[in-house]
Ligand binder design. Structure first.
Ligand code: NAP
Length: 467
């Protein structure tokens, strides 16, 4: 094969990879085609990596292979984490992606300085790319630590007076350093200062954010990692990196916007609002309130007498891995002619699409999974809203309590159903750390216990009543 033919083949492979990435994003947007989307994304990445190995600029294959082995050694165990740990795993992936982009940018800078070959334009590209990459590394590591609930990283937002000014000053310093380096690219002493300032800004970006805003921040960091890869593509003159980075950056950004909408929050509010902070007044002021509780047999007979049931799953369903038992419950109730549907909140669980993935794993028909807006109108005509391990996403304080940190977040209107049944182990708070007045309403029955165990007992009770 002539060098020209090889170049054409590599370019063709890159085009095929980009088509694969686009199809992957398209297919990932529906549970029916999501598996296909994952597969095509993996194949496209493989094609892009293999094609790059044939690039004549890659001369030291030994190092690439060593890096591949180290990467696989880290990536395989990371891919095997439990479903509930996927958000922090995703944050770590962003940290690694951004780290590689930042390190390559740093290497390009010093190689360029050594060769005296850096133009001002390239310097601006490298500066922007390294700053975005570096802040994404520390931001993602802090986010992963918070989600993993590491003891030495405070879970609650760290806020202090004048914080936004301090953060903006640090960001401003990073921008000024990019400008200074663009004007005088051969100032190697300024470059590490810029990297350190960006790393510090990454920490400052995420420490004030807590509670329910973490999912948005994770997708925002995903978007930063993508944009820094796209900028790196310009530095390395790699078209496939420009396009795939841009796709990654844009999709992460769109997801952040969707999540902000789902929580009725603006971007600036997420980034500067210290949302998720425990409001001492809301949590502290506890007057004596009573809850009504019921056992699995009571729950089974209420469900058996219903015509319409809406199941609202949440993080507790994922922890208990109750989805397969819920499928059995769905089968029994459906056989009795009861209309059973699922109300899925966009931020239920701990990652976007968390509930859809679990329920699809249990083969619950996709057409029974209703988005929040589609199901809310039906809840007043629903006999039973069965909440399984969900808390924040059903909290009516979001509608009425202006002092609540989740005020304004759209919720699933479970409280509007004739009877509300809540399966959870205690009256403990959910992710946002706030009490839920739903538990104390006159039409609410608390079903205390582990979600899988409780649903199993309801299923047993319904089955024995059938015999
Ligand atoms: P949640 O508000 O975190 O509440 C989950 C509830 O599940 C807890 O109150 C817990 O109560 C219960 N639970 C835990 N283990 C259980 C078990 N084995 N059996 C039964 N119940 C169990 O969950 P959510 O309503 O799904 O709301 C999600 C929250 O996470 C929102 O605040 C959202 O913003 C945030 N978040 C979402 C994402 C995302 O992308 N989806 C990512 C990060 C954070 P007990 O301890 O009493 O059992």
């Amino acid at each position: 094969m002539t060098p020209e033919q090889l170049t054409q083949l590599i370019d063709f492979s890159y085009i095929a990879a980009v088509v694969g990435f686009i199809l992957s994003l398209k297919w990932l947007s529906s549970p029916v085609t999501a598996m296909r989307g994952v597969l095509i994304g993996e194949i496209a990445s493989g094609v892009a990596v293999v094609a790059t190995l044939f690039d004549t600029r890659v001369t030291e294959h030994k190092w690439v292979i060593i890096a591949l082995i180290i990467g696989a050694g880290i990536g395989v165990p990371l891919g095997l984490v439990k479903m509930t740990a996927v958000p922090q795993r995703t944050a770590l992936s962003h940290a690694f992606g951004a780290l590689s982009a930042a390190l390559i940018g740093i290497a390009e800078y010093y190689v360029g300085v050594g060769n005296h070959s850096i133009t001002r334009f390239q310097m601006a590209e490298i500066g922007l790319e390294v700053v975005i990459g570096s802040l994404t590394v520390t931001g993602s590591l802090i986010a992963a630590g918070k989600l993993q609930e590491l003891k030495w990283i405070p879970q609650r937002p760290i806020v202090y007076k004048g914080q936004n000014y301090v953060s903006l000053t640090v960001l401003g310093a990073a921008v000024l350093l990019i400008i200074a380096l663009t004007v005088h690219p051969y100032s190697p002493y300024l470059f590490p200062i810029m990297v350190v300032v960006a790393l510090i800004f990454g920490i400052m970006l995420v420490t004030p954010i807590g509670g329910a805003d973490m999912p948005t921040v994770i997708s925002l960091l995903n978007s930063y990692a993508g944009f820094s890869a796209a900028l790196l593509g310009f530095v390395l003159q790699s078209k496939v990196l420009v396009v795939s980075g841009a796709l990654d950056g844009a999709s992460g950004f769109i997801l952040s916007v969707i999540m902000c909408k789902a929580m009725n929050r603006s971007f600036t509010n997420v980034l500067f609002g210290a949302f998720g902070q425990v409001q001492v007044s809301a949590v502290g002021a506890k007057e004596e309130r009573v809850v009504k509780s019921a056992n699995p047999e009571d729950a089974a007979s209420i469900l058996a007498a219903a015509n319409k049931v809406v199941v609202i799953p949440g993080y507790g369903m994922a922890v208990a891995q109750a989805q397969h038992k819920i499928r059995e419950l769905y089968d029994i109730l459906t056989k009795k002619g009861i209309d059973v549907r699922f109300g899925i909140h966009p931020v239920a669980g701990r990652m976007p699409g968390h509930m859809n993935v679990l329920l699809a794993e249990a083969d619950i028909p996709y057409d029974k999974l209703m988005e929040m807006d589609a199901i809310n109108g039906d809840l007043p005509q629903t006999d039973v809203a069965l909440i399984i391990g969900a808390n924040d996403v059903t909290n009516p304080a979001a509608r009425s309590d202006k002092g609540s940190p989740i005020y304004g977040m759209p919720i699933i209107d479970a409280d509007k159903a004739r009877t509300v049944m809540v399966i959870k182990r205690s009256l403990a708070v959910g992710f946002a750390g706030i009490d839920n007045p739903l538990f104390y309403l006159p039409n609410t029955l608390m079903l205390f216990g582990d979600a899988k165990k409780f649903v199993t007992e309801i299923v047993q009770s319904l089955s024995s009543a059938n015999h």
